[in-house]
Structures are given as structure tokens and as C-alpha cells.
Design a protein around this ligand. Structure first.
Ligand code: DP6
Length: 340
């Protein structure tokens, strides 16, 4: 029966950067994130009516759907078709499948869509084939998602605030829920400063990590920071949480900037937002903290009570094109709103 799943993107408070094992996508460090309710992918799956090659259609908000089939797929799409095949094999199914995937956020928002897309597609297929243990066990589901090629997508398998546990083999690396989406009224306001596609893909970035003289140092600090941030979440200590979020983002970007060749994701507008939120914080106007993924846009983490005011302040900055306000969200879930 036709199956639809909705799954969120997430923002990492502690980032994953670099792979221990690129074959099975084992990350080199643990990470921790919050799911984003305004940035979701919806996926509907059914058997393909005509033809024997799997078919995937992908659409961004406000854009036409683009069709993909295994033939002629680029490296990233090839990973996706291999993943679809992996799940069909687990289910013992050979009939061709039709997948339609739609993001509710614009492609130009610079928000990693791999997390929402890979988690949504994996869970939709698992639900479509009623495949156990993945259907009822989120830990097992997260490991299966990882094999598809997206580490950040593992964290969208659970609700709310989620940790990706560091492990040296397939069974040891999985995601784990720390608290559900109702636990803490935080927001992530994405300040979109650039509509351009990033020039260096994160997969290229992951492969360059060991060329940075600071990478080993970063890896040695992450476990302690991860523990400290978990304590800040447990105590709902916003100032501590923010301090560690910024520390980790700067640490990851230092590795990027010192890789060979160097990767600079930040632009003058990125710096403009960073300076503004530090200024507002120091002057006592509003307390918020920045984090940045593999791109120029700034994720501003704040408390719910300050969301409206802060969004207005961010939109008034000359470098900010638009903002997207996110609250903590549920993870991948089944929906009745089919895309076809
Ligand atoms: C900087 O974009 O390669 O966002 O493809 O989902 O594995 P996946 O992620 P990728 O790396 C993103 C890493 C990051 C930090 C993070 O989300 O942990």
C-alpha cells in the first residue's frame, strides 16, 4: 500500500566532520542535534506501475519535480539507488519502486537536505515493506539510514534532541534520543545570507579532514564537549549550551579552513550575523548563539520567548536575505498526506 513519511532536517550542536570508515559511513566523532520543524522532506513510495527500473522524483518548494533513474545517476544519486536496492534486498522484493520526494524549504536556503531526504526515504521504504526490526526500533533504523550515505540523517530518526553515538563498527554507531521535541522551547532561526550552492561539497570536505593539522586536536576535544552539552541540555542551561555550540562550530570551521586545500564557507555576510548576535548578547539586548554547517548561512539558536524579536532584528541586517524559524520537531513519522 502507498506509504508516506515526513522527516525533518536537523541542526547539529556538536558537529560531525570527517569519516572513520567511508565504506559504511562511520563518522570520526559523535554528534548531537535538534530536529527542525520548518524544514522537512515528504516522501511517498509505491510500486512503479510501468517499467522495471526504480524511479525517483525530487522537488524543492516552488520548483518542478526532477526525475532520476539508476542509469546515468551521479555519485550521490547512485548511493541513493544502491540504498533503495539494499532495502529491497532486505525485504526480498524485486518489483520496481516509485519514490516521490518533496522538500518544503527552498533549495536556495542552503539547508542540508540530505538529512531529511535520506531519513524520509529510508523510513518510507521500511514502512512500505513493513520491514522489521527497522520499523519498530529507531536505533536499528538509524543504522540502516547511515548505510545510505548520510550520517546527519541518522539523527532525524528520533524525535527532538538526538545524539549520534560514536562507534568503531556498524553496530556501535547509532542514534539515540536525549529528549523529545516538547522538552525545551528553543528555536533555530536560519539567517539565509547566500542563495548560492556551496562550492566545496561536504563529501569533499570530509575527505580532506586529515590534511588539517588541527583535526586530531578537534577530535580529542569533542567527547568532552559532547558530555558538557548533554549536561547543559539536562539542566536546561541555555548560556552553557550556547557557549559549547559556538565553540564546536568554530572548531569544525577551523579544521575546514586549515585543510589542504583550505575550505572557506563563511562570507562577509556570515561574519556580519556573527558580530551582530555577539553584540546583542553582550549589550544584554537578546541572548542567542550561532552555529554554521558546511555553508555560509547562520543558524541562530535562541529561546522561544525571544524568537519574534530576534527574527525581526536578523531580517533588518543588510546581509540577511530571509529567515526560517524552526522549533524542535518530531523525527521521521508516517503521514496520510500522500504526494501522488
Ligand atoms: C557540517 O552534509 O556530508 O552538517 O551527507 O548528511 O552525512 P551527510 O552530511 P554532510 O555533512 C554535514 C556535516 C555538518 C555537521 C553535522 O550535521 O553534523
Amino acid at each position: 500500500m502507498k506509504t508516506t513519511v515526513v522527516s525533518p532536517a536537523n541542526i547539529a550542536f556538536i558537529k560531525y566532520w570527517g569519516l572513520l570508515d567511508p565504506q559504511i559511513f562511520l563518522p570520526a566523532n559523535g554528534s548531537l542535534s535538534m530536529n527542525l520543524d520548518s524544514c522537512v522532506t515528504t516522501v511517498t513510495v509505491d510500486f512503479l506501475e510501468q517499467g522495471d527500473e526504480d524511479l525517483v522524483e525530487v522537488g524543492y518548494h516552488g520548483q518542478d519535480f526532477v526525475k532520476f533513474s539508476p542509469e546515468g545517476a551521479d555519485a550521490k544519486k547512485k548511493l541513493l539507488f544502491d540504498h533503495i536496492q539494499r532495502i529491497k534486498d532486505l525485504a526480498g522484493e524485486s518489483r520496481a519502486i516509485y519514490i516521490r520526494s518533496q522538500n518544503n524549504f527552498p533549495a536556495s536556503a542552503g539547508i542540508a537536505s540530505s538529512a531529511s531526504a535520506f531519513s524520509a526515504i529510508t523510513y518510507a521504504l521500511v514502512a512500505f515493506y513493513k520491514l522489521e526490526p527497522y520499523l519498530s526500533d529507531r536505533k536499528e533504523l538509524s543504522k540502516l539510514i547511515r548505510l545510505g550515505g548520510s550520517v546527519s540523517a541518522m539523527r532525524s530518526s528520533h524525535d527532538g534532541f538526538v545524539e549520534c553515538v560514536y562507534g568503531k563498527d556498524h553496530d556501535g554507531c547509532y542514534s539515540n534520543q536525549l529528549a523529545d521535541e516538547t522538552y525545551w522551547d528553543l528555536v533555530d532561526i536560519v539567517a539565509v545570507v547566500s542563495a548560492e550552492t556551496k562550492k566545496v561539497s561536504s563529501s569533499q570536505g570530509h575527505s580532506l579532514t586529515s590534511s588539517s593539522p588541527f583535526y586530531e586536536s578537534r577530535l580529542s576535544h569533542v567527547p568532552e564537549r559532547l558530555e558538557k552539552i548533554k549536561t547543559a541540555i539536562e539542566n536546561k542551561d541555555f548560556s552553557k549550551l550556547g557557549e559549547y555550540i559556538e565553540e564546536d562550530a568554530v572548531s569544525m570551521h577551523s579544521v575546514m579552513m586549515t585543510s589542504k586545500p583550505a575550505i572557506f564557507y563563511w562570507t562577509p555576510e556570515t561574519m556580519e550575523v556573527i558580530h551582530a548576535i555577539r553584540e546583542w548578547r553582550e549589550s544584554g539586548e537578546v541572548e542567542s548563539y550561532f552555529t554554521i554547517d558546511a555553508g555560509a548561512n547562520v543558524h541562530v539558536i535562541a529561546q522561544g520567548k525571544d524568537a519574534q524579536n530576534l527574527e525581526d532584528m536578523l531580517n533588518a541586517l543588510p546581509g540577511v536575505k530571509f529567515t526560517i524559524l524552526n522549533h524542535p520537531s518530531k523525527g521521521a513519522r508516517i503521514s496520510d498526506n500522500h504526494l501522488f
